[in-house]
Unconditional design. Structure first.
Ligand code: HEM
Length: 189
């Protein structure tokens, strides 16, 4: 007769969707990012959304607008219809498209982010600006998705953009230590 003592212990909980050790993204995050980009960055919406995003970014952080020679002295209304603004915003959103296309391939994703990081380190963009962009982007995603928005989508993009800033900081360290080595006075030894 059973006295309840022979029940099997519950099996240890296995995390069936572990975060990638490099990017921190789970498979669920990858799917959230890919699906939301179908709305934000598809062929018909990408250019308009890209300009819309930059207008909000520059309105929130005018010092970022000042980093662009072509945009520095323009009003936001002028930028709204500027072909150069459209070209720049679109090239940034194409860079994001290439992140999304490779979000399930950590090695490639990190390679893409490292390239952008080197080019921006050379433009003297601080890591803090990448972080500011992250917050504006997350709000923009929420606004664009409307009733399709979920906190899980926001969390997935947040992870991706935090991973970008982390890689940027790594590149900063690498480049600065390279510069220090190159600036070392030569000795005869
Ligand atoms: C998600 C983050 C970002 C992405 C994916 C991105 C992407 C790009 C791309 C693809 C270009 C054109 C190619 C190049 O010069 O590398 C570019 C240029 C540039 N970006 Fe970014 N960027 C990001 C964040 C930022 C931030 C935070 C700033 C701060 C102001 C910034 C400032 C610039 C500037 C000044 C240029 C040069 C524009 C020109 O002279 O034509 N970017 N960016």
């Amino acid at each position: 007769m059973g006295c309840g003592g022979s029940q099997k212990p519950a099996p240890p909980k296995v995390d069936d969707d572990p975060p990638d050790p490099t990017t921190g993204l789970t498979l669920k995050d990858v799917i959230m990012i890919e699906n939301s980009w179908k709305i934000i960055g598809n062929r018909t919406t990408l250019k308009q959304n890209a300009v819309g995003f930059f207008l909000i970014l520059f309105e929130t952080y005018p010092h970022m607008q000042d980093r662009f020679v072509l945009f520095k002295d323009k009003t936001l209304d002028e930028l709204r219809t500027s072909p150069e603004m459209k070209a720049h915003a679109t090239s940034v959103f194409y860079a994001l498209t290439s992140y999304v296309d490779n979000v399930d391939d950590p090695e490639m994703l990190v390679g893409l982010v490292r390239k952008i990081s080197v080019s921006h380190f050379c433009k003297k963009i601080p890591a803090d600006d990448f972080d500011k962009l992250r917050i504006v982007f997350l709000n923009f995603v929420k606004y664009l998705l409307g009733d399709k928005y979920t906190p899980e989508i926001e969390q997935a993009w947040d992870k991706l953009l935090r991973a970008q800033t982390a890689v940027f900081k790594q590149i900063e360290e690498e480049m600065l230590s390279k510069q220090e080595t190159q600036e070392m006075p030569k000795t005869d030894i």
